[in-house]
Every structure is written in C-alpha cells, then in structure tokens.
Design a binder for this molecule. Structure first.
Ligand SMILES: Cc1cc2nc3c(=O)[nH]c(=O)nc-3n(C[C@H](O)[C@H](O)[C@H](O)COP(=O)(O)O)c2cc1C
Length: 334
C-alpha cells in the first residue's frame, strides 16, 4: 500500500507506533521498524537526556531501519528539561519526531533546521490546523477512542478523521481505536494516509511490559477503560481498575489534583508494567483492547494487518460493487 505517508517518510507500510510512556523502549521500536512500520521511542520514559541518547543507540543496534522519538510536552510542577531532550534527539541524527501535548513551536525551531520530519499529535481539528500552520510534516489526529489524552471535545474517529481530512493539506495519520486491518482500511477510507496504534503494539511479544498486562489486554472488553482527570480538563483514557474508579470518585466529590496525586503517580503506573499487577496504579489502554485477541510479534502483526487490509479492499469492498469474477460470470450467464 502506497500513501502520501509511505512516500514522505520512506516507510514500507502506512502504520505507526505512537509514543507510550514506559512502553516505547528500544526493543519494541526496533521490532516495529524491522516490521516495516514507523516506531517511536518515548523520550520521557528515559530518566535523563543522556539516558535517551543511550536508548537511541541501543535501538540502532537492534535495527538498521529508521525510527523516531516521541516528545510529550505537558505542563508540570517541575517540568523535565524538554530542550535538552530535544537537543539529544537532534544530535543523535534521528530522522523523525512525534510531538504531543502542547504547542510544538519552540521545538520545531530545533528540529526543522536539522532536517527532522515532525508529526504532531492533535486531538481537535483546530489544533491540527494550528500545527500545520507552524510547519509540521504530518498531523496524527487522536480522538475520543484513544488511550492516553483524547482532549476534551469527545469527537470519535468516525467524525474526527474525515473532518481533519477535509481541512488539512499535510499528511494525516489517524489514531485511536485502531487495532487491526479493518481499522486501517477504515482510516484510509476516511481520508487518512496512515494509522497510528498504541494499545495494539503494547500487546506484542516485543513490548517490554509484563506478560500478565498483555494477557489482561487480550481478555479486556470495550467497557474496561475509563476517563480520569475529566474535572481537571486534562482527560486521560486508562485501563479501568480499582485505582481509576477511586480517582473518578474523588473527582466527582470535588477533589483536587492534590487529593489524587499519590494514586496516579507515574511510579505506581510503572510498577504495573514491571510486576504485572494491573491494580498497582494507573496505566494506559484504549477502547480497541476489545479487538485484541492475541499477542503476536510485531512482524506478524504488521504483516497480518497489511495482507488482511489488501483482502478487505480487493475482496470484500470490490465485491460490494459487483465487480468480482463470480458476480461478473453470474451476470454474463444471466
Ligand atoms: C500505555 C500508553 C502510554 C502512552 N503514553 C503516551 C505518551 O507518553 N505520549 C503520547 O504522545 N502518547 C501516549 N500514548 C498514546 C499513543 O501514542 C497513541 O496515540 C494512542 O495509544 C492511540 O490510541 P489506541 O491506543 O487506541 O491505539 C500512550 C498510549 C498508551 C497505550
């Protein structure tokens, strides 16, 4: 499948693995790259900019294909040294960056002169248009269905993706709720040039998280996620567990961030992935977990998505037009 995405990014398949805190490490990103898709190392999973340089080097040992780095810019009481992380990305010669969370202007000033192609993740058409006007190469539009931060507008992909396609001229990547070939074909039909996936790539052999978390994703359905932080206007879709339910309860009772701070700490979330205790903290999962039924390698997953997408397009969809051989033959013979 050739799209504007595969042409511009020089990646074999129109499939992207978005940044994932604690999950987007070298082994997963290299496996995604080796499968012919575009993976992103998550910069802030690394404790320091120096550690990020080490992780990029480790990924290069595992693949000779190109990959990117996700830089998530979020407001924080004591923010990480974003500019130093960005400088490491530039110095490492990484060809692609996925920015997310906030206006990327000051980082584009570093990335663009270095020839880095930038994908900006946006959760609304207005933010996507703003990113395009700043000169990003692609927008990844991440809607209501997605794991992580879906924004506050609650527009699902079925409307958000074609609305973005109507308005944008730059390369468009559809994100949120995509876990298989049906989602990929749907995204392309809605006007996107590629599909971005988080939850699905979390549930692969090379994903560096505990096996029990992967098995939990396989068994979970579409009702087992939850929005937290709604009342703080910083909504996040996470796996539903006793901690997420407690957070929502505190929010509903008028609680402040201070009241949930310990429950939602990143260190507790990290523990989930390390120990496999899915009740240990808050961790990310999207609605599309309901569509995940196995734990394949990234190579198996990408190859299956591409071949099944081709089957859907040239089989099921073409047959709906009555253009398949059987129908043509049946018509010819009356
Ligand atoms: C465990 C997890 C952690 C994530 N962390 C980040 C992050 O740090 N930065 C970011 O931009 N997106 C993050 N995301 C969002 C993904 O990059 C992607 O946009 C999202 O998962 C797409 O929705 P899907 O899960 O339905 O495929 C995370 C997603 C998951 C599942």
């Amino acid at each position: 499948m050739r799209t504007r995405f595969t042409e511009l990014f020089g990646v074999e398949h129109p499939i992207v693995q978005g940044g994932m805190q604690w999950v987007g490490r070298a082994e997963l990103v290299a496996a995604v790259a080796n499968a012919g898709a575009l993976g992103h190392i998550t910069a802030l999973t690394q404790p320091t900019p120096e550690a990020l340089a080490g992780e990029i080097a480790r990924c290069r040992e595992l693949t000779d294909r190109p990959f990117g780095v996700n830089l998530t810019i979020l407001p924080a009481i004591s923010p990480p040294p974003y500019i130093e992380y960005a400088q490491v990305i530039v110095e490492s010669g990484v060809p692609f960056v996925e920015t997310a969370g906030n206006n990327p202007t000051e980082f584009l000033a570093l990335f663009k002169p270095a020839g880095i192609k930038v994908i900006h993740k946006a959760t609304s058409v207005r933010h996507a248009l703003k990113a395009q006007s700043l000169g990003v190469d692609a927008v990844s539009i991440d809607g209501f269905d997605c794991a992580g931060h879906p924004g506050e507008d609650d527009v699902p992909g079925l409307v958000l993706i074609p609305r973005a396609a109507e308005e944008l001229e730059c390369v468009l990547i559809a994100s949120g709720g995509i876990a298989d070939a049906r989602g990929l074909v749907a995204a392309l039909s809605l006007g996107a040039d590629a599909a971005n996936m988080g939850t699905r790539f979390m549930c692969t052999v090379e994903s560096p998280i505990h096996q029990r978390v992967k098995e939990h994703l396989v068994s979970a359905d579409e009702r087992m996620t939850q929005h937290i932080f709604r009342s703080f206007r910083n909504t996040a879709r996470v796996a539903r567990n006793t901690i997420s339910e407690r957070v929502v309860e505190i929010e509903s009772a008028g609680g402040t961030f201070e009241d949930v701070k310990d429950l939602v700490s990143g260190q507790r979330g990290k523990l989930v992935y390390e120990t496999g205790d899915t009740e240990a903290g808050i961790w990310g999962a999207g609605l599309c977990q309901a569509l995940i039924h196995d734990i394949p390698t990234c190579a198996e997953l990408v190859a299956r998505m591409v071949s099944e997408a081709e089957e859907i397009i040239s089989g099921r969809l073409v047959s709906l037009l009555g253009h398949d051989d059987t129908l043509i033959a049946a018509r010819a013979t009356g």
